[in-house]
Ligand binder design. Structure first.
Ligand code: ADP
Length: 201
């Protein structure tokens, strides 16, 4: 098994690349999905969050009111640190156990993690960064139903394109069409497969 990081700013095309890698045989460990599952109604993490931030962050159906949490942590660095202290260890542990399930295999395990740049890992055989100019990212995210202002705010709150790219072993430039993207994913996949082969021999 090798573990490969996959990241990119919002609207860059990370999910699209993730699906293409899955089609080619990668195991995807999806950090966003793990975060959602850990905060699903009834999850123990919600109790911890409610204890720290107040019962009003859980709505009548037992679901997390993300807006209410965002409002609290937006302007309060201590609250944000506390939120991270609750959520991060649980996420890291679930990510690790999903990776470990493939430890004895010869699979390519892709850790699909938007915040990989902010949370670097030592164990990655490669780091794929999907990159597009901001205007393209905004245009695609808007076409998918998001508000342009929201997308721009999210971009501004994340690490810069340059910083993200500087940590990449493979940069996928998604400013072209989907055929162009597929070609680049094929090239990256061939290199990943050869790392697995080397490791096996
Ligand atoms: P991310 O996961 O990085 O936020 P997505 O993979 O969801 O981004 O891509 C954002 C939107 O742009 C999606 O609707 C996706 O289908 C579309 N998209 C991705 N890559 C391309 C491309 N090369 N050409 C046209 N549309 C694309």
């Amino acid at each position: 098994m090798i573990v490969v990081g996959l990241t990119g700013g919002i609207g860059a095309g990370k999910s699209t690349v993730s699906s293409m890698l899955a089609e080619r045989g990668a195991v995807i460990v999806d950090a966003d999905r793990i975060a959602r599952d850990l905060q699903a109604p009834g999850a123990p993490l919600l109790d911890e969050m409610a204890e720290r931030f107040g019962g009003h962050i859980i709505d009548g159906d037992g679901a997390l009111d993300r807006g209410a949490v965002a409002e609290i942590v937006f302007s309060d660095a201590d609250a944000l640190a506390d939120l991270n202290a609750i959520v991060h260890p649980a996420m890291q542990s679930e990510i690790q156990s999903q990776i470990d399930a493939h430890r004895e295999s010869d699979r390519v395990v892709v850790l699909d993690f938007p915040l990989l740049g902010e949370n670097p890992r030592e164990d990655l055989a490669a780091t794929i960064v999907v990159d597009v100019p901001h205007d393209v990212a905004v245009e695609r995210a808007v076409a998918r139903g998001m508000e342009a202002g929201d997308v721009r705010n999210r971009i501004a709150s994340q690490i810069s394109r340059e910083e993200r790219r500087s940590r990449a072993t493979h940069v996928v430039d998604n400013s072209g069409d989907l055929d162009d993207l597929r070609e680049q994913v094929d090239a990256v996949w061939a290199e990943l497969a050869s790392i697995v082969d080397e490791q096996r021999s």
